[in-house]
Design a protein. Sequence first.
Length: 388
Amino acid sequence: MAMLSNLTRAGLCCLSVVFIIGGIVSIALARGRVHEHKVEDYQDSVAQWKLASNRFQGMKQVSLSLKGSEASQTMVLKHTTGPNPLASNEDAYELPDYEASWYEAGEADLVGTEKEFLPPATWSNLENISAMARWGQLAYFLLAVDGSSLEIGPVPLVRSMAHYEPEGVYDRCADKEGIHTLSGVCWVYSRLSRLCVQIKEDGDSGWQLARRIPDRNFSYGCTYRGEKGKWEAAEYSTVPIVRKGRFSLAPNESADFEDFTVEVRSAQDPWFQAIELTHGSMSFGMTSLEENVLGIILIVMGGVFCLANITASCAMRRMHDDDPFSPRARQRQRVGKGRADAKQRRRQRELDAETIGMRYAVEPQQEPSIAEEDIAEEEEEVESPARA
């Protein structure tokens, strides 16, 4: 642990902070009980469906026709039931069970002289709807439900949608059956394959198209396309691209609608409520207990990483302190030397106890040296004759 680099210790510090913050956030989210509220709302929708399903299942006439068509073909929808679509969901153990119900029809359910329900359509007359969308021939449908006539449309029978694709090895336009233009846009051609709408009963007005978002007129579809309220009624199938010439690609000249199907569902179907509650993910999230446990685990892991970082830092500091050439060791040496010099100076300023009171004492006489004795004898010899 003492050999961890500064980068590793910085990473441990960041991980500990992230884990601790994540744990606090998880515990805070657990107090909101989001999962439990979603489950309760779904349970309420199932209870309402069981009360209203009899009226929906008892409809006697559900048919679809093409508005403005000279042909007399009509597609009669039949009542169909199926198992709970959330039976295989991860939260199925706490979700109530119910029987799904809807009306559907295909080309085999046509009533009329024509063999095909939809008219032929081509991609030769596509019109620009936006920079990334082109529509072909438009169709308007009339849905008859127990005396109520509901208009659906306009719905393009064929269309071309564009998206950007990178050049080179990351180009997936060919895998998506598209045509890559020089501007970096991949155009994918498709045809109408399914039409699914939601309906609801509106008192004396009878059956109406159920708009999931009030301010969006075409939000009565069954296909959820994100949180921005894109409930689409029409679904499309990609049309393969045909090579024309050596360097030319183009879609088929005409579209085939033999597999076209129609579905009518009730807006009170719990399936749509589950889609809105989960924003299309069909996952109700973690329970409050799971979020609390996750929060505690994250906080503990953050504490462990923080403790490991502190331990590594202390070990690294001790290792540097043991090095005599490290800056801290040199600083300690300078501080110790300064303290020793200061102590020695204080001792020099202090008086020795043996010399107290002897400041004015006379220095003891010293015995004369040999040279001084010789000089004294010569002086005596000089003075002795003079006396005589």
